[in-house]
Design a protein around this ligand. Structure first.
Ligand code: DX5
Ligand code: ZN
Length: 219
């Protein structure tokens, strides 16, 4: 894996041209971020397994699936079987994150644990050796295009400290409002994977926007 990951979110792409929108970032992005919402865990509805299965055949870029759904035990393994590289479920949606992570790894995917805006990370710090990715929401999960919340960066710093102290191989991802004017703060706090929807797909030239974000995060 590259030391720094840029993962454009197709939530901000044109859903009528999904494959083309992924092809537009294939050469410059590391992963493509796929936001799955069920209108239950969050008050918004996006795409599900059939779309991911079809899209998987249209590209070779790794899929970073972000499940904003209740009952992730029921659905998460299907995304791993569909060929997702990383499957992230929400801490708030499961009673047994370690068991679910184990199931995902057995199904061939990396396992990610997401922490929403109003959830603290302390109860989860001891679980870090059991997951591959921690995703800290830098907004409230549910919609793209929201304003980045710098107060969430304390959690990024805490998780970074714990990863480094334990020399753990855990990817630390931030999601929400990541753009040219916010990515440096997130990188400074310790993030090494950056989801960006609006900042990439809202740009005139998505590939150029990714190069700019990468340079800012790496500086
Ligand atoms: C929101 C999603 C994000 C969203 C980010 O709940 O998890 O991945 O696409 O969009 P921007 O980058 O526009 O904030
Ligand atoms: Zn997301």
């Amino acid at each position: 894996e590259p030391s720094l990951i840029i993962a454009p979110s197709i939530l901000a792409a044109d859903f009528a041209r999904l494959a083309d929108e992924v092809h537009a970032i294939e050469g410059s992005a590391d992963w493509v971020h796929v936001d799955v919402m069920d209108n239950h865990f969050v008050p918004n509805l996006t795409i599900g397994l059939p779309v991911v299965q079809s899209l998987r055949k249209a590209t070779s870029i790794p899929f970073d699936v972000h499940l904003m759904i209740t009952d992730p035990e029921r659905w998460a393994p299907g995304y791993a079987e569909a060929g997702a590289y990383n499957v992230t479920f929400h801490a708030e949606a499961t009673d047994d994150p370690v068991a679910l992570a184990k199931t995902l790894r057995a199904a061939g995917a990396k396992a990610g644990l997401a922490i929403d805006r109003d959830t603290s990370v302390e109860p989860y710090l001891d679980l870090l050796p059991h997951v591959d990715t921690v995703l800290i929401m830098t907004i409230k999960a549910g919609f793209g295009g929201q304003k980045f919340l710098p107060e969430t960066l304390g959690k990024v710093r805490e998780v970074r400290r714990r990863i480094d102290a334990g020399q753990l191989e855990v990817r630390l991802e931030v999601d929400g409002g990541i753009a040219a004017d916010t990515i440096e703060q997130a990188a400074e706090a310790g993030a090494d994977a950056f989801v960006a929807g609006t900042a990439v797909y809202g740009a005139q030239d998505p590939a150029e926007a990714i190069r700019k974000l990468r340079a800012l995060a790496g500086a």
